[in-house]
Write a protein that binds this ligand. Sequence first.
Ligand code: F3S
Length: 383
Amino acid sequence: MYLSKEEEKLLESDNETIRKAMEILVAIGKIFDADRLIPVKSVQISGISYKNIGDAGLEWFESLNAKFVIKAMINPAGMDVIRWKEMGIDEGFYRKQMRIINALIRLGADKTLTCTPYYFDSLKKGDHVAWAESNAIVYANSILGVRTNRESGISALASGIIGKTPNYGLHVKKNRSPTVIVDVKAEINSSADLAMLGYSVGEKLSNSIPYFIFRNSIEREWLKDLGAVLAAKGNTALFHAEGLTPEYGDFEIDSLEREVIDELEEIEFDCEPDLIAIGCPHLSSSELRQIADLLFRNDKKVRKDVWLFTSRRVLEENEDVARKIESYGVKVFADTCMVVSPATENYECVMVNSGKALTYLPKHAGVMVKFGDIKECIKEAYR
Ligand code: F3S
């Protein structure tokens, strides 16, 4: 892999964090046969919940001594940094989680803890980033036409310190070509339908770049849920959707194999929810407004625990909406989510509208799950 003189000097840096960051990028570049390093506009670092990384991860973050040279964003943590007590988080966990967050902020990371960095980064088709959160990777590649590989938290962090990533994989246009057509004849009426579609075909499409054809009109925002579940069930990092995603017309597809989906699979999840958790990936402003409207139509307090998850930035931009939602007994938390927080483990059955949460919650929180779209989730809240 070609390295400029400046890049070679970084491999000899007196600063251990910089030297190690450069070594990581060079090692990855060699493994994947990258020709050189290329600049990236931003990084997004996953794996920062104390629940997942424990004391070893905390000590590692605190040992780092450098500054990010580009925009660096971080994934949700294990709690709402302000309302952690309301989530049932104990003080020991809170303190350790804050040390991890503060270590990253000292390196220069943005304070918004979110898995939806795409709402806050002005990027255009063809830009390069190094993101680690799997739903964000698919969103960037597919819906924005921005290029990123599936980074790990460590490689994204290294890219933040160096400002570059090895040029291979999805950074190279020819590697972004679809590999299979998925012809969806089943009617798709909501993001939950797309989540279910992704849930049933995600494993099968794991190592491919699907080209979706939908027969009825799809809202672009729904694709967020499709990408999230495809990345959770398999390794998908990019899909194209005819007429919807920015690169769908850039490739030849005539010779591709075709998977036909005539009907959405009915998947039965049967348990009695004691928590309804919405916001995987983090809710957007319009999703928050949609939930507020549904609650307003019922106009009474919910009868079950309902937790919504969003980024602090979206929360601050929608204070009135959040206040209205909370007046119905629903909690709107920021900085965290139902999967990376230990708080969910206090429940037995969690109802979600997300294929990704459906995939991860039984494994990561040891709870049973039930699935429904946003309307069904809110209906359940009044049962
Ligand atoms: Fe985000 Fe947590 Fe889901 S990080 S994509 S809300 S699992």
